[in-house]
Design a protein around this ligand. Sequence first.
Ligand code: AMP
Length: 416
Amino acid sequence: MSEIKAPKGTRDIFAPEIDTWRFLENAIHTYYRKFLFQEIRTPIFEHSELFRRGIGDETEVVQKEMYTFRDKSDRSLTLRPENTASVVRAAIESNFFETMTPLRFYYIGPMFRYDKPQKGRFRQFHQYGVEIFADETPQVDAEVIFSAVDFLKKLEIADLQLDLNSVGCPQCRPPYLHVLRQAARAHETELCSDCRRKIDANPLRIFDCKKPPCEAVAGRLPLLSDHLCGECRNHFAAVREALSWMNVPFRLNPRLVRGLDYYTKTAFEITSGQLGAQNALLGGGRYDNLIRDLGGPDMVGIGFAAGMERIILHLGHLQAQPLRVLFVAYGDPRWLAHAVQLAQVLREEGFPVLLDFQGKSLKKQFKKADRSAAAFTLVLAEDEIRSGTVSIKDMARQEQVNIPLKELNAWLKKNY
Ligand code: AMP
């Protein structure tokens, strides 16, 4: 029979890398609770309509990357490609907007996109992210951005670049889009067929295209930063000022539009100089209309999502120490019960203990202890059982001692 492999773009995570994941997850829980964020876990799949309405019909994510399927009742469901729309949906559904303060959430979990797999780009990948609702102040934008940068710095990730832009609002965007469409039409023949279609549908998305001719055209198109309304300009200036109070350096990038349609005003991205092509670690921004667009109250929001696989690539230096295993061996099946009970006592004390139930001979058990990289093998054989002792072999030094069982705990405290 042919072998069944993991689907393309997915990967198994196991030791020792899994320790780095657990370290990162713990660090996220600890860090974001300092800012009063509450963890939220939403379903892995949602009604497809949520993402079409939330992320935008014309985005790459919705057009090309969603894992959408029909269930047995013919509902259209989608594996979540991102989590902001789900968190907003959950907050509306649970009436958090009326019952909770502050409205601050963070999440950790898998996302799914039918992307072209490559280093740092998967079809199932993991994001952590934060969302703050109902706070329109520019200072909260700066606080979210500060937390994003500060957390990565605390993980000792070097070579970070923060890009910042304002993508405007429903007042200034339509007149700008008119100007943008006209300019893009003048270069229509130089654009790829996708981008030609975007001129009418959603011309901002031309800035997302990575094809060199389209990038060249994008470099000459008018910029939203030159067409912001007074409110967006003031908001953006205040965000930059607050970032300077917080000592967060940034680069203004007027072509940063982000791949999801819901953003308004502040948009930002953090890249790493050490990642190659897929260098974006994290991206986010303000979404002042999403909550209303998804059927909630007229309340604003801001957040970001970070790619955990890409952060893990930077955390190789944090590999956990290998476990120092205690292997309990027994000289005869008659002593198995004693061995089981000794293992129980040791685990109760907090030691990692391995016991081989198939143990045929002491020699074979020692071989297993060796292969399990045991630090010590504790032997219970006829002599030990009769004298109430245990023999302990230091596997690295190949030295053995025999001590009374009741002194084992003290011995381990000294020698483990
Ligand atoms: P986005 O939700 O598109 O704003 O992406 C936020 C972050 O998630 C990016 O900066 C990446 O670090 C990460 N990310 C997005 N798509 C993928 C993917 N297909 N594979 C791995 N990481 C991804």
